[in-house]
Design a protein around this ligand. Sequence first.
Ligand SMILES: Nc1ncnc2c1ncn2[C@@H]1O[C@H](COP(=O)(O)OP(=O)(O)OP(=O)(O)O)[C@@H](O)[C@H]1O
Ligand SMILES: [Mg+2]
Length: 454
Amino acid sequence: MTLDIGELYPKQKEFCRATNKYICYGGARGGGKSHVSRIKMCLLALNYSGIQILLLRRTLKELRENHVLQLQKLLKGIAGYKESTKEFIFPNGSRIVLGYCDNESDVLQYQGQAYEVITLEEATHFTEFQFQTLTESNRMSGNMKEKFNPRMYFTCNPGGVGHQWVKRLFVDKHYKETENPDDYLFIPSLVFDNKYIMENDPQYIKTLENLPEDRRKAMLYGNWDIFDGQYFSEFDRDIHVCELFEIPRNWDRYIAFDYGLDKFAVLFFAVDTKGRAYVYNQIHKEDLIVSEACQMLKSYMRGQEYKAIFAPPDLWNRNRDTGKSTAEVFYENGLHLQQAGNNRVQGWLAVKEWLKVRKKRHEQTGEEIKESDLVILKSCNTLIEYLPQMQFDSKNPNDCATEPHEITHICDALRYFCVSRISPSKEVVNNELRFNFDIEKPLNKDYGEEIVVI
Ligand SMILES: Nc1ncnc2c1ncn2[C@@H]1O[C@H](COP(=O)(O)OP(=O)(O)OP(=O)(O)O)[C@@H](O)[C@H]1O
Ligand SMILES: [Mg+2]
C-alpha cells in the first residue's frame, strides 16, 4: 500500500510538521493549501490508527469539486469511500469524514461528536460561531490507542464572512485572556511558492495580476488588510506601521481621545519637523469613571508636555444632576481639553487624507518609495487591528458604519486628531538637542497596562 504524495514545497512541509492546536495556512490564491491539507489528512489517518478526522467546506458543491474526487484518487487501494455517509474508511479504523455547513446552524449537527482533527477548508467562509462550535467537538474520540493532541487545521484566502476572526487569531495575533498565543500558528501562502503553477500555469499569475487593485493585493500578495466594504482601503501595514523608535525631544506631542463608560480610547501622537504624525501609544480600557480616566491618562503622560488634548464636543454637555460637564472634571484634574470637530464625514475624509499614500524617489538610491503622513508604531495594536476593519455605512457611503461598536472608539480618537489643526515641529537649532533623545521608562503599572517604552 503506497500513498503517493509527490514532492511537497517548503511551506507545505512546515504545514505537515506543525503540531500546534490551531494551524492556519492562508493568504494568496493558489499556494497549494488545499493540496497539502488533503495529503496531511491522509498521512494522519495512516499514521494514527483509529483517528477521526472531519474535513469541512462551506457547501456540498465545494466539497465535491475540491475534495471528494481528489481524495478518491489519492486513496485508491488504501481507503474506501462510502457515499451515503461521505467518509473514507481506513483498514486501521481511521476515518476522514467530509462535511459541509451551508447554514449557520448546520454546524450544530457536529455538537456532541468527537474528532481528533478538524480541518476547515476556506476557513474565512465560516462564521466565528461555526468555528467556535466546532472547537467543542475537537477532542479525543476514544478510538485511538496512541497519545495525540487534538488540533484544527485551517486553509483560507482573505475576505469572506470569517475574515475578522481568522485575521485576529492568526495575522494580528490579538488574543483574549483565555487564548494561549502558542496554540496558534500561521503559515503565509503565496502562489509563487507553488512550483507546479509557476511551471505549468504561469498564465494564472497574470490573471491574478489583472484583478482590481484591492483584490489583487489580497489574492496575489495575501494582504489581510484588504477586503470588501473596508472604509480605509488605503491602509497598508508596510506603509502605515513602523517599528518602535525613540521620539526626538523637539517633536510636538498631542493626545486625542474618545470617552465613554464603555470605552476610554486614547491615542498619543508625535509630529516631526515635516508635519508627519506618529501614533506612538494607546489606551483602550472600559469601565473607567471620569476621575479614573483622568488618573490613567495622567499616568501615561508622565509630566511630558503636550501641545493639545483633543476630545469630542459632547464632553462639554452639562450633566443634568451635577451641572458639570465631563470636560470640567478633566479640567479639575489638571487636563485642559480642546474641542475637536465632530462632523463625521469631514473627519473620516481627514483621516483618509492623513493616510494617503504618496510615491517618491529615495534621495540617494533613486528607488521608488511609498509613504504617508500618518504612521503607527507597531505597539499600538488595537488601532492597527481596528482601523482596517472600519466598514462603509450602508446608508451614507461617505460615512463609516458605527458597527461593530467595539472597533469605533479608537478610530474616533484618530479622527479627532486628524480633523484638528496641527503644525510641523520646529527644527532643532541646537546640535546638542538633536542627539538628545527622550527615552522614557515605564513608570506606572497601577492599571496593569503595559506602557510602551519609546
Ligand atoms: N506539492 C505539489 N505538487 C504538485 N502539484 C501541486 C503541489 N501543490 C499544489 N499543487 C497543485 O497546484 C494547484 C493549486 O493548488 P491548491 O488548489 O492546493 O491551491 P490553494 O492554495 O488551495 O488555492 P486557493 O487559494 O485557490 O484555494 C493544484 O492543481 C494542485 O494540485
Ligand atoms: Mg484551496
